[in-house]
Design a protein around this ligand. Structure first.
Ligand code: UTP
Length: 414
């Protein structure tokens, strides 16, 4: 009996995960080796810890939550804005900005079979999310005379298809050497009873470890080092699914520089207390975000004297970090949050289970958990109709239909 197999068996027994070998005897030698390696690399203590947290209710009783100051872009005077913009313009022209697009998510709500960035929208022309973002960078080239480095974070699940999509589309005419891909980390998915899941082929069912995984993977993949070599100072990090995202933002850079702040984020006003967005706040005097799934109704509905929501600065996943700060953040471990997702898997009898409702936990770290390690952060409020048109759900709010409408209205105003 092979030694590795025995070691794996002992570990699995200790953690009550023996079912992971259910398909072992049906596998080729190569497949057996792959499965044993996958299991050996799992941090079972970590999985146990995160799973146990699914039983805890999150409360903020022990933290002091307060509203955070923000600067409304539309309140800046003409002179102020020009001054900030010129600081930003200079940095961009000198090639000090890089853009990271996080495209490693599963896009389950959209229900599209393929990397979300390859989803096609019909905005007067048929165009993919990736191409919409690329067009923004091409516009920036026209304005600043420079091709900004574009880093795309993928997951093991969609890396191959993403790269192939770019290749097939000739990188949307952006210089190939200015586009780089890197793969984010992943963690096993777990059943609601705490059993690690196997995929339909009997291997471990991994899922990407959340957008907070961006920092660690930038470090591990060498992206951070490369940025340093290229003398990058500011890194804009955003999602793949906001088709009005403004990634090359001179005002934001100007603000962060002038306030001597090493991080900045953009917000839009929450439409109503129930909107499913996280909101910026101060948690124990540090910048933070409370997720929509974690905020209590009381806090979400709290109003000021003017009757306006106090916690209303929506986090729209448009953040920018100074490279010096990224080096520190990338070495810190972020906490994991729990999401219930639909998962097809091989059960403990070796049978395939197809699910049409959430039946498994996915563990994710969130980018904004890194904010609490910052001394301060500039929050710039922008207009929703200018910068926020997310594609999240197949139908209804934040769907292709609503995003296309916002997009077309924005370009009709231009
Ligand atoms: P969301 O949290 O909206 O998730 O991601 P999603 O994967 O796109 O969709 P659902 O929740 O499964 O329906 C916001 C952004 O963060 C990226 C996504 O690709 C999207 O651009 N993301 C999310 C990652 O890059 N990796 C992750 O592990 C999670």
């Amino acid at each position: 009996m092979n030694l590795k197999y025995q070691e794996v068996k002992n570990t699995l027994k200790k953690y009550h995960q023996e079912h992971l070998l259910v398909n072992y005897n049906n596998m080729s030698d190569k497949e057996k080796e792959k499965l044993l390696s996958q299991i050996s690399e799992i941090n079972f203590e970590l999985i146990k810890d995160i799973y146990n947290k699914t039983k805890e209710t999150i409360t903020f009783e022990n933290s002091k939550i307060e509203p955070i100051d923000c600067i409304d872009k539309s309140d800046l005077s003409k002179e102020e804005k020009e001054k900030l913009d010129s600081i930003g313009d200079e940095k961009i022209k000198l090639g000090k900005l890089a853009v990271v697009t996080m495209a490693g998510g599963q896009g389950t709500r959209l229900g599209y079979d393929g990397p979300k960035g390859t989803f096609i929208l019909d905005v007067k022309e048929k165009i993919s999310l990736f191409e919409i973002l690329c067009k923004k960078l091409i516009q920036a080239k026209e304005k600043y005379g420079i091709y900004v480095y574009w880093y795309i974070m993928t997951s093991n699940e969609n890396n191959k298809d993403t790269i192939e999509f770019f290749r097939k589309n000739n990188y949307f005419s952006y210089p190939k050497d200015k586009i780089k891909f890197f793969v984010q980390g992943e963690l096993p998915m777990v059943s609601l009873e705490g059993k690690i899941l196997l995929n339909e082929d009997g291997f471990i069912k991994f899922a990407s470890d959340g957008h907070g995984g961006v920092f660690e993977s930038m470090e591990k993949s060498g992206v951070l080092d490369e940025m340093k070599q290229n003398k990058i100072e500011w890194v804009f990090i955003g999602g793949v699914d906001n088709i009005l995202v403004n990634m090359v933002d001179n005002t934001l850079i100007g603000l962060a520089e002038s306030k001597k702040c090493l991080a900045a984020g953009k917000s839009v006003i929450k439409t109503n207390s129930k909107e499913k967005v996280g909101v910026f706040c101060l948690r124990d005097n540090k910048p933070s975000v409370i997720e929509y799934s974690e905020i209590s109704d009381d806090l979400a509905e709290l109003k000021d004297k003017k009757g306006e929501l106090i916690y209303s600065e929506s986090h729209i996943l448009c953040n920018m970090f100074n490279i010096k700060r990224l080096e520190i953040i990338s070495k810190n471990k972020l906490p994991y949050h729990i999401a219930k997702k639909k998962a097809n898997y091989m059960n403990e009898e070796g049978k395939i289970v197809i699910s049409d409702s959430p039946n498994a936990y996915k563990f994710e770290s969130f980018i904004f958990d890194a904010f609490t390690s910052l001394e301060s952060m500039v929050i710039m409020r922008v207009k929703r109709q200018d910068e926020f048109a997310p594609v999240k759900n197949a139908k209804g709010v934040d769907s292709p239909e609503t995003a296309i409408k916002l997009y077309n209205e924005f370009y009709a105003r231009d």
